[in-house]
Design a binder for this molecule. Sequence first.
Ligand code: C5P
Length: 234
Amino acid sequence: MTLPLSDDRLIVALDVPHAVAGLELATRLGDAVSFYKIGLGMLTGGGLALANELKQEHGKRIFLDMKLFDIAATVEAAVRGLAQFDLDFLTVHGDPHVVRAAKEGAAGKDLKILAVTVLTSLDRGDLDEALIAPGDLRDIVATRAARALEAGADGVIASAQEAAMIRALPEAQGRLIVTPGIRPAGSAANDQKRIVTPGRAVAIGADHIVVGRPVWQATDPRAAAQAVVAELNG
Ligand code: C5P
């Protein structure tokens, strides 16, 4: 079997500080990567311009990770503005009013709105501090995912620990699950605490996996991306 050069299920997180470094990395990765995530860390470093360039001139798909949260009118206006950039995925917090407003802002565009349920960096103590309802964190994640999907989200961001549980929700039928915290066998965990391999993530229901440091910090980023593609197709 010949391996595909790239695989849309792999989204490489371009967590470098500015667009020049991002473009350099994307150039090195070439046709091994077809989908990039650009986040808030690059916003002031030309992130939107890079998103546009990768999309328009290099034909890449773009996931803009903005995790928007505000009153409905502001979210709708922000999404309407961002939708002009011809992006593929955009994140918002999964509160139903935010999701509904984001979908309004994206109306008529081919932009998928992905909801964040509970940031994976938060534990129960953080939720108590933020006055979030008592109860098991996993139950809160499942309920927030269901509500965000009911409100019209095209998908959710979920840790690999949550992906199978969310995939089983009736509300998740036909919606996307995008999973960070992925580590190919043998690569460093870095600060990620609960990691799974690319193959396992898609087996438990992820449609796309987000991989950052194992690719962009590798001595040979292109070979690292190709190894992930090989695992996804193995
Ligand atoms: O380098 P690494 O593969 O850990 O990068 C994962 C990417 O996914 C980063 O951009 C990180 O901000 C993002 N992310 C995450 N965990 C979440 C949400 C987003 O690691 N729960």
